[in-house]
Design a protein around this ligand. Structure first.
Ligand code: GDP
Length: 676
C-alpha cells in the first residue's frame, strides 16, 4: 500500500513537479522518479512540508495569491533548482579545432542528416565532408544533447597537430597557381596538357623524361604554373567532394570546329559552383572547319563573353597541334594568377593533398601529393589519412630527386606503410611515434564508429532551413529531353520572390551521372531528375556522399516540392492576433510592475504568455504580459470564455477592478509563394 505522488500533490495543493522538487529538498533519500510513497513516508513528507510552508494555513485569498505566484515563480525556481542540484550529465565528446560534419555525427553516434539539419537551423549549410570549426560544432553538439570539449590530446586529428603558432611566425609568400584543364571529350585537353609539358624550359634544360605523376609544373620566365594532369571535371569535382579545393584556375578547352557541347557546359558549371575563374582555350584553330566567331557567340550565351566583345573572359585561340597560342595561354594564366594573389606558407609543417596513389612493385606504396602549405623534406615523418610513413624519397614530374617541396609542388613520394586514398590530406608530424599514434587513433575511430550517411530529403531540407539564413535553393536539374528541361526551368524561374529563388547550378538533358552527384555533394545541391535515369555508379556515389536525388514523372510534383522547399526558406510572418477579452474582477496583490488578479474571460480565451492590453473607460491604461493562468487550484495553459481565472500580470501601470483586458498572442505564419 502507499499513496501516489499525484494524490499527495493534490492533497497538498501543489503540482506534482513541485512536490517532487520539495521532496528532494527534504533529503529523505527518496528517488527522484518515485511515483508512490509508503504511507509513513507520505505522512512524514506532509508533516515536514506543512511545518516548512506555513503558508498552507493562510486565508483563501492568500492561497490564491500564493498559487498564482507559483505559476510565475515556482516554475522558474524549479528549473533553477534542478540546475543547481542535479546537473544533468550530458554525454561528452572530444573534438578537434576543425571537424567534418560526418566525423562529428560519428562522434555523437547520430545520423549525419540530424547534424546537417541542426547546422541548417543555425544558418550553416554544410555537407558530410565539409569542415566546421570547434565553436560551431560545440553549439550543434550541445543542441543535440552533448557536451563538446576541445581535444587537447595530440594525435587525435591533424587539426590538433597543426601548429598554427608555428605558421604565425612565418611569412605568407606567393605561390604558383594550380590549374585544371576541363572541357568536352576530344576537344584537345590532353593534347594541350602534352604541348605545355613539352614546352617547359626546365624540362628541356634538364633533359629529363616526363613522368606522369598526376600533375606537373612548368616554368615561364621566373614563374611557375602547376597543372593537374587528369583533365576533365570529374577529378576536379571528386577533389571538391573530398573537401579539398585545389584548383585556382580552370582552363576550359573548346574545339573551334565543334563549339559548346554538353561536357563544356558541365565544366563551366563545375568551375562556377566552385568559384574558380575560367580561361577559355579555343582550340583546334588550325582546322579548316574552325569557326572562332560562332563558338565565341555560343560561349557568350553561357556568360563567357570575350574581352574584345566587351566581356571579361580571357579567350585564347590555340592549336595543340601547331602550338599556336600556347605561350599566350600560359601568360594569361599567370596574369590571372597575379590578380588572384595566391599565397601560402613556404615554411612550417607541410600539408598536402593526395592526387594519385598506387602500389609500386619496386618501391611499395607511392603517392603524388600536392603540397598546399609549408615545406616537406626527405626524412619527414608524415601521416596521410590512415597511413603513416617517413618520406624516403621524393621526385618531381621530371623524375628528379628532391630534398624539399613547397606549396603548389606536386611530388611523388615513397616511404608510406600503405597506399593512401585520393583526396586524403598529408600532414607532417614531429616523429614516427606521433605518426603511429595518430594513425592508430584514426583507425580505431573508423572501426568503432563507422557511419552511414543518410541523404537529405527535400522536405527535410526545407524544414531544416526554415530558421536558417539560406535564401537560395541550389539544384541540379536533369530531364529526359531538352524540351521538358526548358519547360521546367522556366517554371522554376517563376517560383521566387525578392527573398528566395532557385539557383540552378547545372542543367542538362540525359541521365543523372557521377559528375552531377559530385557537383551536388560539393555544392550542397539537390538533384531534381525529371524522367531521367540515374546511372548505377552515380546512385552508388550519391548514397555514399549523402546526396539526395529526387525523381519525378509529373512536372507539378516537382514544382510543388521546390515551392515547398523555397517557402521553407522564407522568413515566417509574425503577426499579433487578438485571442480574447476579459474583465478584471479582483485584485489580490498590487505590485508596481507585477500584480495578481482575478479575471472573468468575456470572449475568446486567455493563455500564459499572452500580451494583455488594459483599458479603463475605453482609454488604454497600459500593457503587460500574462505570466501564468490558474483555474481554481490548477495551473492551466488556457482559460476559455465564460470562466474566471487568476493570473499574474506584468507591466508598469495600475490596475483597478472593472478594467477591461484584451489578450493578444503572436502568430507565426509560414508565407506562401505564388507560382505564375
Ligand atoms: P581530350 O579528349 O579533350 O583530351 O582530347 P585529345 O587531346 O585526346 O584530342 C582529341 C583529338 O583531337 C586527338 O586526335 C588530337 O590529336 C586532336 N587534337 C587536339 N588538339 C588539336 C588541335 O589543336 N588541332 C588539331 N587539328 N587536332 C587536335
Amino acid at each position: 500500500m502507499g499513496i501516489k505522488i499525484s494524490d499527495l500533490a493534490k492533497k497538498l495543493g501543489m503540482e506534482v513537479k513541485l512536490l517532487r522538487q520539495k521532496v528532494q529538498e527534504l533529503h529523505l533519500g527518496v528517488s527522484k522518479k518515485a511515483n508512490v510513497f509508503k504511507d509513513e513516508l507520505a505522512v512524514e513528507i506532509e508533516r515536514r512540508l506543512s511545518d516548512k510552508d506555513s503558508k498552507q494555513n493562510e486565508t483563501p485569498k492568500e492561497v490564491i495569491e500564493a498559487k498564482v505566484e507559483l505559476v510565475s515563480d515556482e516554475e522558474d525556481k524549479t528549473v533553477k533548482k534542478e540546475d543547481e542540484k542535479e546537473p544533468v550529465d550530458l554525454p561528452k565528446i572530444e573534438i578537434p579545432k576543425m571537424i567534418t560534419v560526418g566525423e562529428l555525427a560519428s562522434n555523437m553516434d547520430i545520423g549525419v542528416s540530424e547534424v546537417i539539419k541542426e547546422l541548417m537551423k543555425n544558418g550553416v549549410l554544410a555537407n558530410i565532408n565539409e569542415h566546421i570549426d570547434f565553436d560551431t560544432a560545440a553549439i550543434i553538439g550541445e543542441d543535440l544533447g552533448y557536451e563538446v570539449v576541445l581535444c587537447e590530446q595530440e594525435g587525435d586529428s591533424e587539426e590538433c597537430l597543426i601548429d598554427k603558432e608555428e605558421y604565425a611566425q612565418k611569412d605568407l609568400v606567393k605561390r604558383a597557381p594550380i590549374v585544371t584543364v576541363m572541357g568536352h571529350v576530344d576537344h584537345g585537353k590532353t593534347s594541350i596538357l602534352d604541348k605545355i609539358r613539352k614546352s617547359d624550359i626546365a624540362l628541356s634544360e634538364s633533359g629529363g623524361i616526363t613522368q606522369h605523376i598526376g600533375a606537373y609544373k612548368v616554368k615561364r620566365g621566373k614563374k611557375y604554373i602547376t597543372f593537374l594532369d587528369t583533365p576533365g571535371h570529374k577529378a576536379f569535382s571528386a577533389m571538391r567532394a573530398h573537401g579539398a579545393k585545389l584548383t585556382d584556375i580552370a582552363v576550359l578547352v573548346v574545339a573551334a570546329d565543334d563549339g559548346v557541347k554538353p561536357q563544356t557546359i558541365e565544366a563551366i558549371n563545375h568551375a562556377r559552383a566552385a568559384s574558380v575563374p575560367i580561361i577559355v582555350a579555343l582550340n583546334k584553330i588550325d582546322r579548316p572547319e574552325a569557326n572562332v566567331d560562332k563558338v565565341k557567340k555560343e560561349l557568350a550565351d553561357y556568360n563567357l563573353m570575350s574581352e574584345e566583345w566587351g566581356g571579361n573572359t580571357i579567350i585564347v585561340e590555340t592549336s595543340a597541334k601547331t602550338g599556336a597560342g600556347i605561350d599566350e595561354l600560359l601568360e594569361m594564366i599567370l596574369l590571372l594568377a597575379d590578380m588572384e594573389d595566391l599565397k601560402a606558407y613556404k615554411d612550417g609543417p607541410a600539408q598536402g593533398v593526395v592526387i594519385e596513389a598506387h602500389l609500386s612493385k619496386r618501391v611499395g606504396p607511392v603517392a603524388t601529393v600536392m603540397i598546399t602549405q609549408g615545406c616537406l623534406r626527405v626524412r619527414d615523418s608524415i601521416v596521410i589519412g590512415i597511413t603513416d610513413g617517413v618520406v624516403r624519397a621524393m621526385v618531381d614530374h621530371r623524375g628528379e630527386r628532391l630534398t624539399k617541396a613547397y606549396p603548389a609542388d606536386p611530388v611523388r613520394l615513397a616511404g608510406l606503410s600503405e597506399v593512401p586514398e585520393f583526396g586524403d590530406t598529408l600532414l607532417k608530424v614531429a616523429n614516427s611515434k606521433e605518426a603511429k599514434t595518430l594513425v592508430a587513433s584514426r583507425k580505431k575511430k573508423i572501426s568503432s564508429k563507422g557511419f552511414k550517411p543518410k541523404s537529405i530529403g527535400m522536405a527535410e531540407l526545407s524544414q531544416a532551413v526554415r530558421e536558417g539564413k539560406i535564401r537560395e535553393l541550389p539544384v541540379i536539374l536533369k530531364a529526359d529531353v531538352q524540351g521538358s528541361l526548358e519547360a521546367i526551368k522556366s517554371s522554376l524561374d517563376n517560383i521566387k520572390n525578392e527573398e528566395v529563388k532557385v539557383n540552378i547550378l547545372h542543367e542538362a538533358p540525359g541521365s543523372v551521372n557521377e559528375s552531377d552527384v559530385m557537383m551536388a555533394a560539393s555544392s550542397h545541391a539537390l538533384i531534381l531528375a525529371f524522367r531521367s535515369k540515374i546511372e548505377p555508379n552515380a546512385l552508388k556515389i550519391a548514397k555514399k556522399l549523402g546526396v539526395n536525388i529526387s525523381t519525378y514523372d509529373v512536372v507539378y510534383r516537382l514544382l510543388d516540392d521546390v515551392t515547398a522547399a523555397l517557402e521553407g526558406l522564407l522568413q515566417p510572418e509574425v503577426m499579433d492576433v487578438k485571442i480574447g477579452k476579459g474583465r478584471l474582477l479582483r485584485i489580490f496583490t498590487r505590485g508596481r510592475k507585477y500584480r495578481i488578479v482575478g479575471v472573468g474571460v468575456i470572449s475568446g480565451y486567455v493563455e500564459k504568455g499572452a500580451k494583455a492590453v488594459v483599458y479603463r473607460e475605453n482609454e488604454k491604461v497600459g500593457e503587460g504580459v500574462v505570466e501564468g493562468v490558474k483555474k481554481g487550484n490548477e495551473n492551466v495553459a488556457k482559460v476559455q470564455e465564460k470562466n474566471e481565472c487568476g493570473m499574474g500580470l506584468t507591466g508598469d501601470f495600475k490596475v483597478e477592478e472593472g478594467d477591461v483586458l484584451e489578450f493578444w498572442q503572436q502568430e507565426t505564419k509560414m508565407r506562401k509563394l505564388s507560382r505564375d
